[in-house]
Design a protein around this ligand. Sequence first.
Ligand SMILES: Nc1ncnc2c1ncn2[C@@H]1O[C@H](COP(=O)(O)OP(=O)(O)OP(=O)(O)O)[C@@H](O)[C@H]1O
Length: 322
Amino acid sequence: MTDAIRAEALYAYYGTTPAVNGLDLAVPAGSTFGFLGPNGAGKTTTISMLTTLLRPTAGRAEVAGFDVAERPAEVRRRIGIVFQESTLDLELTAAENLRFQADLCGLPRQRARAAIAAMLDLMELSQRSRVPVRQFSTGLRRRLEIARGLIGSPRVLFLDEPTTGLDAQTRAAVWDHLDRLRREQGITLFFTTHQLEEAEHCDQVAIVDRGRVVTQGTPAELKSVIGSDLVVLRTEDDARAADALAERFGLAAEPTPDGLLLRVSDGATLVPRLCTGLGLTVRAVSIAPPSLDDVFLHHTGAAIRESQAGGHTLDTIGEGLR
Ligand SMILES: Nc1ncnc2c1ncn2[C@@H]1O[C@H](COP(=O)(O)OP(=O)(O)OP(=O)(O)O)[C@@H](O)[C@H]1O
């Protein structure tokens, strides 16, 4: 499979500070790719370079087969961008917003008309094409933003936190549309997110920290590297149970409000042994495979939930492309 995006030893400095610090990346064509990282990790700066809004200080990157620094116009012709903040004109109708974008992309009138109709249809907005965007709900606006990012028939769509600020139901609807888009058009979706549930649905995930990719793989691969199940055990006496676990099983237990937390390689095998060999009544037990949150914590030392607010966005860097 060819790569839609490749970056090798990519650097970006703001003054003397590296925001992107030797980043390597390979994004398979046609995949849904999640780019995760704590605040300030360099996600937006990386996307800015990949979308030709910012020139790399060093290293190289290719998008849709073209070098971002040497052939920026070719790259721009093949990408779409959905910014984090809404950039729609609220006074215009849905169709007018798309027509404005089609003009920016330089589409001839007839092709523009066909592209607008197709995108409104794909995002299920055809019925609302003549409605001013001011009357749209947040979820509808997001769908229109995505439709607009698609007007130039991009091969790669960049989405900077596409579902931030949406409720769970709307978020699911936006993802339904994105999945459909990927299925029907074979487009590569590259998005940043703080929502680990969304990253779970990705074909591949890269975790970036301090300007470098610290790990990349399918969600299952990343979790298998952590290699542990989380077992939570509630007994008649958790303090005594913790001692027994250390003495009899050589396991270090961490007290939590829910019981004793154990990280073990194979919870399903261990739990029956614990129930018979602990010498204490087990009141409750649960086994959970590692989550992407655990993976994130393992690689960055921070829980993703701690790193949600603030930060630069593509919007602040991306004035030039609108
Ligand atoms: N325009 C700028 N001028 C100076 N420093 C910047 C600028 N944009 C980003 N930085 C710095 O570069 C580093 C990487 O920032 P970037 O916005 O790329 O991270 P991020 O991973 O997108 O973070 P967030 O999740 O908060 O959006 C941070 O230390 C940030 O403060």
